[in-house]
Write a protein that binds this ligand. Structure first.
Ligand code: SF4
Ligand code: SF4
Length: 166
């Protein structure tokens, strides 16, 4: 896994132009069964992906925290929401709450998440490859393929499956 993660940014860089063009075509003419196909691709890839061997998302990119995330997690940690915000979060350029530091404070040395049951919605949904109307998050996916080996493979499979239909 270490070697895969080391090579991933370069591999994603090499595919960036091709991926960007593909997503432009996808947005113009999304196939009717896109949501179904993405769910299938996502589920089949994650069936044999062991995120505990990876945790690259938790190490290199943090989630954003919604207000509901802050309330739920601070309650779990028995902290006042404002204390949780002061201790762990900052506001980014897009005015969202994000982690103060990376790797994520809640990630253990064994790659387990210490707040797994109440983790942010963005963590639960990452890398969003089963999202409905997937073409709407292509800007995010272009970044995520450099972070997440599963997302990289899903996009490669997706191109093979759909390219001739767009
Ligand atoms: S979601 Fe992707 S980046 Fe995160 S741990 Fe799983 S495979 Fe790795
Ligand atoms: S909250 Fe948990 S799942 Fe989310 S980035 Fe931190 S360690 Fe990973």
């Amino acid at each position: 896994m270490e070697e895969i993660l080391k090579q991933l940014p370069q591999k994603a860089k090499e595919k960036h132009g091709e991926n960007a063009k593909f997503f432009t075509r996808l947005k113009k003419k999304p196939p009717k069964n896109l949501d179904y196909t993405m769910r299938e691709l996502h589920e089949s890839e994650f069936e044999h992906t062991d995120c505990l061997q990876c945790a690259n998302c938790c190490k290199t990119t943090g989630p954003l925290f919604t207000d509901a995330d802050v309330v739920r997690i601070s309650k779990y940690l028995r902290l006042k929401p404002q204390k949780f915000i002061d201790d762990y979060l900052r506001i980014d350029e897009e005015n969202d709450y994000v982690l103060r530091q990376l790797p994520c404070t809640f990630l253990g040395a064994d790659n387990y998440c210490s707040i797994y049951e109440v983790r942010p919605k963005a963590c639960r949904e990452f890398p969003h490859t089963d999202r409905k109307r997937f073409y709407q998050i292509s800007h995010l996916t272009l970044k995520n393929v450099a972070i997440c080996p599963a997302a990289f493979t899903i996009v490669e499979k997706m191109k093979k499956l759909m390219d001739n239909r767009l």
